[in-house]
Design a protein around this ligand. Sequence first.
Ligand SMILES: Cc1cc2nc3c(=O)[nH]c(=O)nc-3n(C[C@H](O)[C@H](O)[C@H](O)COP(=O)(O)OP(=O)(O)OC[C@H]3O[C@@H](n4cnc5c(N)ncnc54)[C@H](O)[C@@H]3O)c2cc1C
Length: 367
Amino acid sequence: MTERIILGGGGHAHLSVLADWAKRPLPQTERWLVTSARHTAYSGMLPGWLAGNYRADDLLIDLEPLAQWAGAHLVIGDIVKLDADAAKIELSTGVQMAFDVLSLATGGEANVVSLAALGERLLPVKPVDAFLRKWTAFAEEAQQRGTVDVVVVGGGAAGVEMAFGVEAALRLRGVRGTVSLVTPQTGFLADHAAKTRALAQAALARCGIGLHFAKATGTAEGVILSNDTFLHADCVVAATGSRAQAWLAQSGLACTAKGFVQVGANLRSISHPGILAAGDVIERTDRQLARSGVHAVKAGPILAANIRASVAGDRDQAYTPRRRTLYLMAYDSRQAILSWGPLATAGHWVWRLKDWIDRSFVRQYQV
Ligand SMILES: Cc1cc2nc3c(=O)[nH]c(=O)nc-3n(C[C@H](O)[C@H](O)[C@H](O)COP(=O)(O)OP(=O)(O)OC[C@H]3O[C@@H](n4cnc5c(N)ncnc54)[C@H](O)[C@@H]3O)c2cc1C
């Protein structure tokens, strides 16, 4: 009997599943990739794209040839409904698909509720393809105007790197104005050592980026901070972290109160073992795991192995993250900060290492 396997989402966590299918046959299966867009962007290179170090092609992976290589049918569309008990998904196009095995890595949505009043001035970093388009239009407008104010909201690694990228992008175009980074102090590189925070803070100051420790709320013309400061903004880049897509909580899958899919170490749903999940969409029941590209990517081979185990009836593997995760954050065009547990350093050599790692990663999947 042929089993139907569906991958939901063509981002970081599913890339190595597709490569696994391409390299090792998976007999008696019918394989599908259902995803929102034909191209997926490697988010770690997005700040470098802003800073002019990469062309869009450098960070985009075309899923059509990749799916073909993997022997998978590609369907472009959003999953809008999942009935976990009936083993069925529904797409934005109205199409319904039944599955034997489903793997979910649909990522998270930008959490922008408190910034919504900004309207057209709001620019969430996800989905990345929409960001690329909208920022390109804004940067052209900024060049014509000559002066703009940009606020980046979010003090995680993504927000900090995006602030550096925005500053470099405007500087390269000769645009004057202000770039500000807003984050609650407790959220400023929270999972990193004090030395990493100090290096980032010093680099932000050198680049002339204003750092505001506060919460931001959107208004029609900018953001009002929790300390009552008003920051005018022509554009607000939101790197405010991920929230779960609403359909997950209504799917019958065991989910947290915030709607993330609860999985065990084997990346299977704790309520529906035929459904696996990884990346930003999950919450582990056995440990806390940061929502990061590193974990999404490293979970990929385990997802691939356990999808095979579902078909062959083999034993599952567990995704055991390393005790420390290496983060490389680019700043000031071609410099970067290295953060690994208590260790932190910075310089051009770190940027070269990051550049080599990022380019090598993307190249693997640019079929
Ligand atoms: C600017 C920026 C920089 C970052 N830098 C780093 C970094 O340096 N290091 C790091 O570890 N992490 C970084 N991250 C975090 C990292 O991008 C995420 O943790 C990672 O992308 C999660 O991978 P994922 O596979 O869960 O989802 P994604 O890679 O987001 O992929 C989700 C996929 O699902 C598709 N999709 C979405 N919704 C649906 C739907 N309803 N139906 C079908 N398909 C859908 C999307 O089109 C996409 O293909 C960064 C994030 C940003 C925004």
